[in-house]
Design a protein around this ligand. Structure first.
Ligand code: PEP
Ligand code: CO
Length: 456
């Protein structure tokens, strides 16, 4: 049996510790780290294996062309922002975007938040400069504080327990909102926030919401019992985050009592980031053994051979919905760099969802040094991704976005044109620049139009 094969003899939730684990903090106090891990291991799971399997089935439908994946949320969540309103506003935009896409492209949307656990960041550089200070780069609130001083940047393992608690509170609220009437399709108008409603996209959304209401009245008039139809009143909403901090992921890994399989119960879907997808690394080892749906980011340096090997290693039995490959190539590069990967994975017969992250390879700095992204580059990468997929005979399965429900000014452009001089007025992200509510809705309308152009 090959060294790389996952079997109960070779894999355990701890077996990643024998591999090189990139991007991990060095906890200064080993006893405190062990205590935090023990706390996590003794805590209830955040999600259930059956829910992760439901998401896997949804992603399998994406592969069949019967659904589309919308994965979106913050670049990194903050311990300072556990607020009902913020979570609700994020959910609202996601529901709006889903309504636009479902109506425009007549496809069900598999909704996955970057939420309830997205508390860690991989960093390209160990140090960052803030003013005159050179500090350890910020790695997320589950590792340390973001304050620009050396003490705050010392890793503290008890933050993993705090991250777990905030994730539990966030997830509880999301479950209540999505199952308790808020996501009811009769609320379609209520999802339009004031600062969005006044914009052209907001007004376009109002018209679409009118259409949906009329369609519902039409169905009722035809004698369809809308009250009894559960799917009109609640939505399935799934959580995801980058599975970066392996102490945390190990701490929440449980054996499913029904199947005996291991699941990482910190979220429904976990993805492996661009910086930690080494085949022989600890992250690939860990995620090869849990049965959740798994995402893998593939950047400009990814080769076709690597993509295929990752599929073999993470989905040897070729279960549809197990793997989502998230390309993040850059607007100018995607049409050249993606096709070899699409062809190789297709030719090996691997069933994967192909999704587009149009954010992470399109980050720029303004002359004033502000990290931002142009709306046009984001849209440009999505268009290039669709073109590459269509030319290769592969289905474009979804998008992976960084957005927020707030009226921030972090990305440039969009229909109401955020300009460089606006960026500093509401620049609030702890890490990467996010689309604001209007830009997100604008993107959804354009994406729906693009989806309608799919070759038959
Ligand atoms: C991210 O999704 O926030 C991220 C860091 O992405 P990537 O691993 O693709 O750089
Ligand atoms: Co990011």
């Amino acid at each position: 049996m090959g060294e790389m094969t996952v079997t109960p003899q070779t894999w355990s939730p701890e077996s990643w510790r024998e591999r090189v684990a990139l991007q991990q903090p060095e906890w200064p106090d080993a006893t405190a780290a062990a205590a935090a891990l023990a706390r996590l291991k003794a805590s209830p799971p955040l999600v259930f294996a059956g829910e992760a399997r439901d998401l896997r089935d949804g992603l399998a439908r994406v592969i069949e062309g019967q659904a589309f994946l919308l994965q979106a949320g913050d670049c990194v969540e903050s311990f300072n922002e556990l607020s009902t309103i913020r979570i609700r506003e994020k959910l609202k935009i996601l529901l709006q975007m889903s309504a636009v896409l479902t109506y425009g492209a007549t496809l069900p949307i598999v909704k996955v938040g970057r939420i309830a656990g997205q508390f860690t960041k991989p960093r390209s550089n160990a140090l960052e400069r803030i003013g005159n200070l050179e500090l350890p780069s910020f790695r997320g609130h589950m590792v340390h504080g973001d304050e620009p001083n050396p003490e705050a940047r010392i890793p503290d393992p008890s933050r993993m327990v705090e991250g777990y608690n905030q994730s539990a509170a966030t997830l509880n609220l999301l479950r209540a909102f999505t199952k308790g009437g808020y996501a009811d399709l009769t609320q379609v108008h209520a999802w339009n926030q004031e600062f969005v409603a006044s914009s052209p996209q907001g007004q376009r959304y109002e018209r679409l919401a009118d259409d949906i209401e009329r369609a519902l009245r039409f169905m009722a008039a035809c004698g369809i019992d809308l009250v009894a139809e559960r799917r009109l009143h609640e939505v399935d909403f799934f959580t995801s985050h980058e599975g970066l901090l392996l102490d945390y992921e190990e701490g929440l890994t449980r054996r499913d009592s029904l199947t005996g399989d291991w699941y990482d119960c910190s979220a429904h879907l976990l993805w492996i980031g661009e910086r930690t997808r080494r085949l022989d690394g600890a992250h690939v080892e860990f995620f090869a053994g849990v049965h959740n749906p798994i995402g893998i980011k593939l950047g400009p340096t990814a080769t076709a051979a690597e993509a295929v090997e990752l599929c073999e290693r993470l989905n040897p039995t070729r279960i549809p919905g197990r793997l989502t490959l998230v390309a993040r190539m850059g607007a100018g590069e995607v049409e050249e760099l993606l096709p070899p990967l699409l062809h190789a994975v297709r030719d090996e017969g691997h069933p994967v969802v192909w999704a587009c992250d149009p954010m992470h390879a399109n980050t720029i700095r303004t002359d004033g040094g502000i990290k931002t992204r142009r709306f046009d580059s984001v849209m440009g990468e999505i268009e290039g991704f669709f073109a590459a997929c269509w030319e290769s005979g592969v289905r474009p399965g979804g998008v992976h976005l960084e957005f927020t429900g707030e009226d921030v000014t972090e990305c440039l452009g969009g229909a109401d044109d955020v300009l460089e001089e606006h960026l500093s007025s509401r620049y609030e992200t702890l890490c990467d620049p996010r689309l604001n509510g209007r830009q997100s809705l604008d993107l959804a309308f354009r994406l729906a139009e693009l989806m309608q152009r799919a070759p038959r």
